[in-house]
Design a binder for this molecule. Sequence first.
Ligand SMILES: [Zn+2]
Length: 327
Amino acid sequence: MIDLEKAQEYLDFGYSKTKVAALLGSHHNTISRLVNGGKLEIYEAFDENVEPRSKLGSCFYEENHIDDLLRQAAESPVILNERKDNDYYDVGAYIRNEFGSIKSFLCIQDLEYFLDEIFIKCGCDKLFSLADWYEDKGKLWGLSSVCPSCRGEISYSYVKRNPEKIFNLNQTRRTKVDALLTKEEYKEVRSRFNWKCAVSNTGNCITLDHFIPVSWGFKCHYSENIIPLTKGLNSSKNNRHPVEWLKSNTSVRITGRIIRILSGLNNLTQGEFLSFIDWCFDNKGMFVDDPRFPIEIWREYTGREFPLPSYVGMDYSNEVTNEKQAG
Ligand SMILES: [Zn+2]
């Protein structure tokens, strides 16, 4: 007899029926039967309204390609034009048409730190990061076809003076200034949900969503408040009560899983976490000037005693404000 719990766990992980069957020494027909009989569940994207690729305006294929690229770049630097296949041209054209350039795409997504993780190799063999590479909005990926050095915009003597800037893949990392998350935090958030959407369990068109919405007026740019959602789900969730939204949009188990993960990150039991979110909902707009994290405010207001989660001690906001004032 097949271990249903294990099988469900694998399916939740995003494994195909065939793979689950193989892992459990069963046949994929057996898994299909259990799914059809309601003993196992497969989460599909819903409410996505994503047009098939053949229709214009689909983000599906191109944005998944970018997602893969970012996933790789989060592990180690990548050289964009060493991935030249058909996708390279299709996606490059999409990025140019939709966003102007990959540099503006990353900035729009608050992922500027990837500018230092993605490199281009020029025909002259020099490597430059996107941060240093010039834009050319008419070209593929919105990028100049030759390096700053070949364009004559960086002189040979500059290259000689700054060899580390051009050749060293392990150059200093950009610090968190305007970006929503650092690269490490981005990695954490994404891997927490296996690089998939927290709700639909697909890897398509992933965006980052604030669980407690920004519009509620709390300080909520911290990675423990961020979950990956598909573009469609993210806009459906918008500024709604996140738990209510989950309840009416997905299964009890998926809701439970997300609540379990987020309550753990907040040092709360699941019940406490739900009260915390309800409290935030009831106090929308009441603490816009409070520099504290909502969990600290809630703890004080309800007089509960529990150790504050570790993110409370790792506050970047002052640093960011100072840098912005300085600049
Ligand atoms: Zn060059």
